[in-house]
Design a protein around this ligand. Structure first.
Ligand SMILES: [Zn+2]
Length: 347
């Protein structure tokens, strides 16, 4: 994947979007489900806006501007992301710590990062073209930084396009969102996503794609991390739900993961279980359909729904769980309890 290429499922949308570049909005909020490639879309969008000879609107990959973008040194492109994200991408951090002590890189986009853009707005652009500020993930703008950005967007600098990337626009400052044109990215067509995963030699591509809710980049990441196509917590949950075993091993499996990972997984399992109570086949975990149908036959649908609501509430708070260990322990008990056979029913 190169910096200027859209993913296969993004190309048609990208052409339509970039075809309007003569009357382009100065700020876009590009958003969608995690793992479908919002960031790749925004990066390729930036490259296309900067390209000197775009091909049907998309970056050519050959010109001077495209080479600069690829090398990460185009003067008219700025990436604004938390230091922790930059470190993960392998970029050298600009402002080193004078004390020489190792600091945890920030997970926030800080106000200094927004302020440092101000002189840039006053410099001339290369051949009078666009200037593009790529900001991701927008959720990591802290309140002060978000307000500073809002001020900039209220009087937008000339020739400048802001591309903000987000997964959950409802977690952003509403006044900031109202200053941006929204560009929602759809979940890719399963055929295109599968073809792409097969191109990347992903094993059990269909199973992984379904378990990732149709998000190909998440499926690829799991395969590259050599995780099993069926997550360990899921096999464990289904086993324990069937056997009536104690929740401790499940709690251990959950505590070892980022809370959002298992919460998203359980929310998908809950949808599969609730479809199964209506005798519909599993959508996210089709290989586990037998177990899911068996559990669904005996459970109490009301109790299942209550636990589903609890999951949803936890998911909203998941970025900052108070105590992941306690949460994992409690979730394992609570969720297993919710699928126990209702009184008088046999699994
Ligand atoms: Zn080009």
């Amino acid at each position: 994947m190169t910096a200027f290429e859209f993913l296969p499922w993004q190309q048609a949308l990208a052409r339509d979007w970039l075809a309007t570049r003569d009357r382009f909005a100065h700020a876009w909020l590009i958003h969608g489900l995690p793992g479908i490639g919002q960031q790749a879309f925004a990066a390729a969008g930036a490259a296309s806006l900067l390209c000197e000879s775009p091909q049907s609107g998309l970056a050519c990959g050959q010109c001077q501007a495209c080479r600069w973008v690829q090398a990460g040194n185009h003067p008219d492109l700025r990436r604004i992301r938390p230091d922790a994200v930059a470190a993960h991408e392998g970029a050298a951090l600009e402002d080193g710590d004078e004390s020489g002590a190792k600091k945890q890189p920030s997970k926030d986009i800080r106000i200094e990062q927004i302020r440092s853009l101000l002189p840039w707005f006053n410099t001339a652009t290369h051949r009078g073209g666009w200037r593009v500020a790529l900001l991701y993930p927008a959720e990591s703008l802290n309140t002060i930084a978000a307000n500073a950005l809002l001020k900039i967007l209220e009087e937008p600098p000339a020739h400048t396009v802001f591309l903000l990337v987000a997964q959950a626009p409802d977690r952003l400052l509403p006044t900031l969102v109202s200053r941006c044109r929204r560009l929602p990215l759809p979940v890719p067509d399963a055929g295109q996503a599968l073809a792409w995963l097969q191109q990347h030699k992903v094993d059990h591509a269909a199973t992984r794609l379904a378990a990732a809710g149709g998000a190909p980049l998440s499926a690829l990441e799991q395969a590259q991390a050599q995780q099993p196509s069926v997550p360990a917590w899921l096999s464990l949950f289904l086993d324990l739900a069937g056997s009536g075993g104690a929740s401790a091993p499940l709690a251990d499996a959950l505590v070892a993961l980022e809370p959002v990972v298992w919460m998203d997984g359980f929310q998908r399992l809950w949808l599969d279980l609730s479809m199964a109570t209506h005798k519909l086949p599993a959508r996210y975990y089709p290989e586990q359909d037998g177990d899911i149908q068996r559990i669904a036959r005996a459970l109490d649908a009301r109790v299942l729904a209550q636990a589903g609501q609890w999951l949803q509430e936890q998911r909203r708070l998941a970025q900052h769980p108070l105590n992941p260990k306690l949460l994992g322990d409690y979730a394992a008990q609570r969720l297993l309890q919710a699928v126990r056979p209702a009184p008088g029913r046999q699994p």
